[in-house]
Design a protein around this ligand. Structure first.
Ligand code: A2H
Length: 262
């Protein structure tokens, strides 16, 4: 971890329909009709139009943390602890003195939530996107939940391709990994689906090609941020550098996201 804090955008993906295993476990623990959100941390809020699914680590333990009578967040305990210091759960003088005071309602294993249908704010896929497994999700970074934008993230692109190819092995429906990948950002060097372009050009065949993916991620990030132009949304036609803080602010203002730092 670096010295400078990372300012993430924590996005709220509301559960529309639980995977059956998760539904069993939450029964009686969360009131019916309460809103439960998966909360991915992203550094690229301007790409949220292109969300096609949301990743969890299948072996990672998540907590369901109570925000209010009808609002709950699914994140790692580590992230909830950070959030507790950033005013997410407690207001005013009310704060947790140690991790046991976090408002945890229950624990869920990543693999148990795979298949859950969530609403992804700004996504062109209005019917919702699925929670899917990604082996490279780090429990020690962000919230342990990673929203997937395969048009602009090489990691996400390589992972959705692999999931679709081996759907049976992963225990998912192939179509969950095959939502349409639409152009979100135009770039001079890599076209309008940067991640696909780079993954194909660099012949990256698997989400396990870590070294090449790191290189692709770097190229995609720099090109998108410094030379990209928005193709969609309220800031269409504007440079990414200008649009990025505006999209973030709009998501926070509408209550669909909040600030998260670490
Ligand atoms: B980014 P940094 Cl379109 N494990 O969001 C692995 N990856 C994680 C993670 C975790 N626990 N938590 C967050 N991330 C991902 C969008 C995106 C991202 C795009 C392009 C690049 C990109 C959609 N996925 O990240 O190490 C999240 O994916 C490359 C910089 O803190 C988050 O932003 O710099 C990013 O990594 C945070 O990485």
């Amino acid at each position: 971890e670096g010295v400078a804090p990372q300012d993430y955008t924590a996005l709220k993906l509301k559960v529309k329909e639980w995977a059956s295993k998760a539904a069993e476990k939450i029964k009686g623990k969360i009131p019916e009709g309460a809103n439960v959100y998966f909360v991915p941390a992203t550094l690229r809020p301007e790409t949220m139009y292109g969300q096609t699914c949301c990743f969890v680590g299948p072996k990672i333990n998540y907590g369901v943390f109570k925000l209010s009578e009808n609002e709950y967040y699914v994140v790692t305990k580590r992230a909830a602890w950070n959030m507790a210091f950033q005013g997410t759960f407690f207001k005013g003088d009310n704060f947790a003195r140690d991790a046991s005071e976090l408002p945890a309602v229950l624990e869920l294993l990543g693999s148990e939530v795979v298949g859950t249908l969530v609403n992804a704010p700004l996504s062109i896929h209005k019917q919702g996107v699925r929670i899917l497994p990604m082996d490279s999700v780090l429990p020690s970074k962000g919230t342990g939940v990673v929203t997937s934008v395969p048009s602009d993230s090489p990691d996400d692109y390589a992972t959705v391709k692999d999931l679709a190819k081996k759907a049976e092995y992963y225990g998912i429906k192939k179509e969950w990994a095959e939502l349409e990948i639409s152009p979100i950002i135009e770039t001079p060097s890599y076209g309008n689906i940067t991640a696909k372009f780079l993954v194909e050009k660099m012949k990256i065949n698997s989400p396990k090609d870590a070294k090449q993916l790191a290189e692709a991620k770097d190229l995609a990030y720099k090109e998108g941020y410094y030379k990209g132009t928005m193709l969609i949304g309220d800031f269409k036609g504007q440079p990414v550098e200008v649009a990025k803080p505006k999209v973030r602010e709009a998501l926070i203002k509408s209550g669909e996201a909040f600030e998260y730092a670490e």
